[in-house]
Ligand binder design. Structure first.
Ligand SMILES: [Zn+2]
Length: 174
């Protein structure tokens, strides 16, 4: 089944290689952090107009999203344009979606998609973490908006990437 992956714009992330996709297999939606809320516009188009039913949230270690706080970033933008009310208003309207806990960010995004009324009921949603240090990919969690649906379809696609690698004890699978 055609799939959608939401992942970070970090230049070290190569979802085709790391998740075992071939050209034509998947929509790749990228933004700072790979945040689902930021991707919702593209996800609606991917699902309603192009037929995708699997969404993978794919975040990574060493992500820049843990290195700043939104209020500080907003202040930086305002300092660069101190005379611009429009600049201040527009940057204040942005939620930069920074996070402090990588695993929690994946779980939060998976839950956000599960709860979103914009995401189709038959969607399978999975959460993954890519470890830049080792190149490994770990499954973190999987959810279906409809519990009667199997999640095997997506998992089998990347089995070759995770075989013989157990999920570390400090990562819980839900
Ligand atoms: Zn990142």
């Amino acid at each position: 089944m055609f799939k959608t992956t939401v992942t970070c714009m970090d230049a070290r992330i190569n979802p085709f290689e790391q998740l075992g996709f071939s050209e034509g297999d998947a929509h790749i939606i990228r933004n700072a952090g790979g945040m689902a809320k930021d991707a919702i516009r593209s996800l609606v188009i991917s699902q309603r107009l192009l037929g995708t039913r699997n969404i993978a949230v794919y975040h990574h270690t060493g992500c820049g999203m843990v290195t700043f706080r939104g209020p500080e970033l907003k202040q930086l933008v305002k300092w660069a344009r101190p005379d611009s009310t429009a600049c201040a208003e527009q940057v204040d309207a942005i939620d930069f979606l920074e996070f402090t806990d990588l695993e929690q960010s994946v779980k939060d995004d998976v839950n956000f998609l599960k709860e979103s009324p914009l995401i189709l009921e038959e969607t399978k949603i999975t959460g993954w973490i890519h470890h830049l240090e080792t190149g490994e990919v770990f499954a973190l969690c999987s959810l279906s908006k409809r519990p009667d649906l199997s999640l095997a379809d997506y998992s089998s696609n990347i089995a070759h990437k995770t075989q013989n690698r157990s999920i570390p004890n400090n990562i819980s699978t839900t």
